[in-house]
Write a protein that binds this ligand. Structure first.
Ligand code: F6R
Ligand code: MG
Ligand code: MG
Length: 379
């Protein structure tokens, strides 16, 4: 039997060090990644690649035919991050090697610090993909837009108008605390799905499939570094891959949830709510109060195992949020961000105490412990 050829898109990211605090990946680190990935193309390990940054996260977008969680692909990403982190150390960049939680590679990068979204599929006649990468936020922040893209007919007209979408979509949801997953089908189980994924700090949509043929249409990273390490160590700024068109949400329907800002966890010190701001690559840097949390969206076609490229062999990438259509969302993000910042360290600007990633609360309570006296209300 002829086995159909499959293409894998891997988006693997890591904070390996930043210029001037935690705000942006500097050029020398891009150069290291370019060199390593170019070698991997020459050696036939990957077919082509594109490197970009989401704030202080170095993002490796790889096209290959080795499948998901492939040892060699993950080792390539690990070694690339390792070398970039070494360069960051010699340059005395900030937070060098921040997300590399382990010293040696052990099979795949999941659970070792870097974030991963991967998708293996048989290419359709034309296969448009949009990848998203966000900084100063965390796994769970994509629950809201993924729900809107694949389950909300008020966002995605195709759920009603395209006969190939009437079957609905299945959502794999991970309980990151218990390390369990469940599959829920929309529209039938929409209320149950919403009940879970509204708790963004715990339940994370990891994959989405079209219900009638199990076509994979979205994959997102789920790692929570603080759960892996047992304490605050780095940031699990998330990445995701989505497929579009012809029986799936149109590219414009994938982008529509970002016409408004919405609030995500992870601003300053991983400990504050902040408005997510869609930006083009030129603005992919986190400044004000280390933010606001930002997201970039890159669109491309997959062609014969590669990111479709121009005549010179350069991958053709569309910087989708670099567009005035998202100006209003950016303005909303600035306005609501300043309103939150006016509240300082008062909830809900700050995360609830059980979700604080950085906290001196236990030290403060230890210090004050003996001074707490029984309290009797006088009536
Ligand atoms: C890092 C991040 C930042 C840092 C903050 C404090 O991705 O989210 O907001 O948490 O700049 O960093 P340190 O503790 O390194 O001084
Ligand atoms: Mg950092
Ligand atoms: Mg980051």
């Amino acid at each position: 039997m002829l086995v159909p050829k499959k293409t894998t898109i891997s988006l693997i990211k890591c904070d390996v060090g930043s210029l001037a605090g935690h705000h942006v990946v500097p050029r020398p680190l891009f150069k290291i990644a370019q060199k390593k990935l170019r070698e991997a193309v020459e050696n036939g390990l990957i077919n082509n690649f594109y490197i970009f940054n989401a704030g202080d996260d170095l993002e490796l977008l790889l096209a290959h035919e080795k499948g998901e969680r492939n040892h060699m692909i993950h080792e390539l990403a690990w070694n690339t991050f390792r070398e970039a982190a070494d360069k960051a150390l010699t340059l005395k960049l900030y937070g060098a090697g921040q997300d590399l939680l382990k010293t040696a590679f052990s099979g795949n990068v999941c659970g070792m610090g870097p974030g991963v979204a991967e998708m293996e599929f048989e290419e359709r006649g034309a296969d448009p993909i949009v990848v998203f990468a966000a900084d100063k936020t965390s796994a769970g922040s994509f629950n809201y837009p993924l729900f809107r893209m694949f389950a909300d007919p008020m966002n995605t007209a195709g759920l009603i108008i395209d006969p190939h979408m009437l079957c609905g979509f299945k959502f794999e949801v991970v309980d990151t605390l218990e390390n369990k997953a469940i599959m829920l089908k929309c529209p039938e189980e929409m209320y149950e799905l919403l009940a879970l994924i509204g708790t963004v700090g715990r339940y994370v949509i990891s994959r989405i499939y079209r219900a009638d043929d199990n076509l994979i249409c979205a994959a997102s990273s789920v790692s929570k570094l603080s759960l892996i390490a047992g304490k605050y160590v780095g940031k699990d700024d998330p990445v995701m891959i989505t497929r579009a068109q012809h029986g799936l949400p149109a590219v414009g329907e994938l982008l529509a949830p970002f016409m408004h800002t919405y609030f995500v966890q992870g601003w300053m010190r991983g400990s504050h709510w902040g408005p997510l701001m869609p930006v083009g690559l030129k603005d992919s840097k986190c400044t004000a109060f280390d933010g606001p949390p930002r997201i970039v969206a890159l669109g491309f076609q997959v062609a014969n195992g590669k990111i479709a490229s121009d005549d010179e062999g350069n991958p053709m990438i569309a910087d989708l949020f670099d567009d005035p259509a998202f100006d209003e969302a950016r303005r909303e993000a600035v306005l609501s961000g300043t309103a939150l910042r006016r509240m300082g360290e008062f909830e809900p600007a700050r995360l609830g105490s059980e979700e604080l990633e950085y906290t001196s609360m236990s030290q403060i309570l230890d210090k004050l412990g003996k001074r707490f006296m029984p309290f009797q209300e006088v009536v």
